[in-house]
Design a protein around this ligand. Structure first.
Ligand code: CUA
Length: 167
């Protein structure tokens, strides 16, 4: 069977592209560390959220777990974050656990590397280091209904000199 020269060139080009595409994905996963929404936070049935220790009263909350380490438990729901505002000290490392009882939401901490998809039934986890004091906005970046644009919160990163450990 005779394959035209151009046909062979296109075949070779397509093969090179396939290898390149696999290469970029491998590079992103292995070298850069890009991850899919991780299941490491675990799963939670949406109707069990009120009965779950992490997310039920007097929670959601932020909790100190190490010298400069905190864990924050947040519920994203139509159309607010609970709690709406979290306080942590400057220089702290905060691991967020976020879940939703209703629909898909987003949890983006503006100006940081945290940009999570909040999926009902799953606890999404991400860790952020807050090196500088200030007010960091939290926005929902997945369209979740009529009040989507009003869904916002904030992380108040308090200077060490003003931090007394309270929330
Ligand atoms: Cu929640 Cu958009």
């Amino acid at each position: 069977m005779d394959i035209h020269r151009y046909e062979r060139l296109w075949l070779a080009g397509a093969l090179v592209l396939i290898v390149l595409f696999i290469g970029t994905i491998t590079y992103g996963a292995v070298v850069v560390g890009v991850e899919m929404v991780s299941a490491s936070g675990g799963t939670i049935a949406p109707d069990e959220i009120p009965n779950d220790d992490r997310f039920s009263d007097p929670r959601p909350r932020v909790e100190q777990v190490g010298e400069n380490e905190y864990e924050a438990y947040v519920i994203a729901r139509q159309f607010l974050f609970q709690p709406r505002q979290l306080r942590v000290p400057e220089g702290s490392t905060v691991t967020f656990y976020v879940t939703s009882p209703d629909v898909l939401h987003g949890f983006e901490v503006v100006g940081t590397n945290a940009n999570m998809m909040v999926i009902p039934g799953q606890v999404t986890k991400a860790t952020v280091e807050f090196e500088e004091a200030g007010s960091y906005g939290v926005v929902c970046n997945e369209y979740c209904g009529a009040g989507h644009h009003t869904m916002e919160g904030s992380i108040e990163v308090v200077p060490q000199s003003e931090w007394e450990g309270g929330n």
